[in-house]
Design a protein around this ligand. Structure first.
Ligand SMILES: *[C@@H]1O[C@H](CO)[C@@H](O)[C@H](O)[C@H]1NC(C)=O
Ligand SMILES: *[C@@H]1O[C@H](CO)[C@@H](O)[C@H](O)[C@H]1NC(C)=O
Ligand SMILES: *[C@@H]1O[C@H](CO)[C@@H](O)[C@H](O)[C@H]1NC(C)=O
Length: 358
């Protein structure tokens, strides 16, 4: 204790010159069992003695040109002095919670400068349960337990690396002895596969402690939405109409082809008939150049060779009605009559034609 007495003596016999003394950092926050460090510096040319205290108890004395007088396992000092500035770093090893408080540095003739020391404890953090498999759109509740902390840890959540809105989680804390346990509940909506992380932090921790689980989201087959229903309701009739038009075009096309085939047959038949009439010497032979009988209907049997005929009743009907037209207009006899009357020709002469089908 002689050194302390000496230091105190030196302090009190000093002159009345005050000096600027700086203590850094002003607030040191460290984890239990780690080291706490403070720098005390002055630009005063002659400072003689520097006394360090922890919570009012003398911890270390440094004498100018001599060095540390009473270092111990717990308290030590490192000289960082440079020309024009005296600077000593005070080190407290293996701090415990009850070291928390005030650290002070006093230089001879100067006011006492103080700084705060906060010794903190980091506990554990864990999301309750393992990975979760849910259905898309589900509300999922995660619970995170942080135990054995001091001071009360700050709990936050991230989902896929993005921080979760504070409104989506609740945290409550209870003190157990000198430590704090926190319980946080986070309510998330399942959107896609992601990782969910709970973080607990205290100032002395450089990076927060974390616990993660995976959220596996199973997609559901969505029923057709109202938009899709409307689309289907519009598309179905449109495609039906298009299909109908295509069918009609196909039918008309096939009928035209068949008509052409029939007229070829009719021409052949007429030519044959004409040559027969000429050889027989019919009274109408002179009218060999007469117009075609539009009322003429082909014997259905003539189509026997064509297997497609019965495929389309529509086709046959339209053919017959087209051919019958002139007869209906003239109010003439049945379709099967061998005489058909015609409207007056260009020269006002009504022509009659007598056809015999063989
Ligand atoms: C004290 O000062 C020295 C030299 O400037 C620096 O290296 C050290 O980190 C400081 N210590 C603290 C606790 O600020
Ligand atoms: C401070 O805590 C340590 C262990 O944590 C204990 O050994 C020591 O007696 C305590 N000191 C005071 C002053 O309470
Ligand atoms: C938070 O707690 C309040 C009150 O207990 C509750 O009404 C609310 O739903 C909770 N919020 C979440 C996200 O758990």
């Amino acid at each position: 204790m002689d050194t302390f007495a000496l230091a105190a003596l030196l302090l009190f016999i000093s002159g009345g010159v005050s000096a600027q003394v700086l203590l850094e950092p002003q607030n040191e926050m460290v984890l239990q069992t780690s080291d706490a460090r403070f720098n005390c510096s002055t630009t005063r040319p002659s400072w003689t003695v520097m006394i360090w205290s922890l919570n009012g108890r003398l911890a270390l004395t440094v004498v100018e040109n001599v060095g540390v007088l009473n270092s111990s396992e717990r308290f030590s000092a490192v000289d960082y002095s440079i020309a024009g500035e005296a600077k000593w770093e005070f080190v407290i090893r293996n701090v415990s919670r009850n070291d928390s408080g005030v650290v002070s540095c006093q230089i001879q003739d100067s006011v006492l400068v103080t700084a705060g020391l906060s010794v903190q404890e980091n506990g554990s953090v864990e999301i309750v349960g393992s990975d979760r498999t849910v259905t898309e759109g589900d509300q999922v509740v995660f619970q995170c337990l942080a135990a054995g902390w001091f001071p009360t840890p700050q709990i936050s959540w991230t989902m896929g690396g993005t921080s979760v809105d504070q409104q989506l989680f609740n945290t409550s804390s209870v003190e157990v002895d000198t430590l704090v346990n926190s319980n946080s509940t986070c309510r998330l909506t399942a959107v896609s596969n992601t990782s969910v992380t709970c973080l607990a932090s205290i100032p002395a921790l450089i990076t927060p402690q974390r616990s993660s689980v995976f959220l596996i989201v199973e997609k559901v087959e969505k029923p057709a939405s109202s938009d899709q229903t409307v689309l289907i309701a519009v598309l179905v009739p449109i495609s039906a109409v298009v299909l109908l038009v295509l069918i009609i075009i196909a039918i008309v096309f096939c009928c035209k082809r068949r008509k052409r085939a029939k007229s070829n047959y009719q021409q052949e038949a007429r030519a044959h008939t004409r040559s027969q009439l000429e050889t027989v010497g019919d009274t109408h032979a002179g009218e060999g150049q007469g117009q075609d009988n539009l009322g003429y209907v082909t014997d259905p049997k003539a189509n026997d060779t064509n297997s497609e005929v019965t495929d389309s009743g529509f086709c046959q009907n339209s053919h017959i009605s087209t051919i019958q037209m002139p007869d209906v207009i003239n109010g003439s006899q049945g379709v099967n009559d061998r005489y058909a009357s015609y409207p007056l020709g260009d020269h006002g002469v009504r022509k009659h034609r007598h056809v015999t089908i063989v």
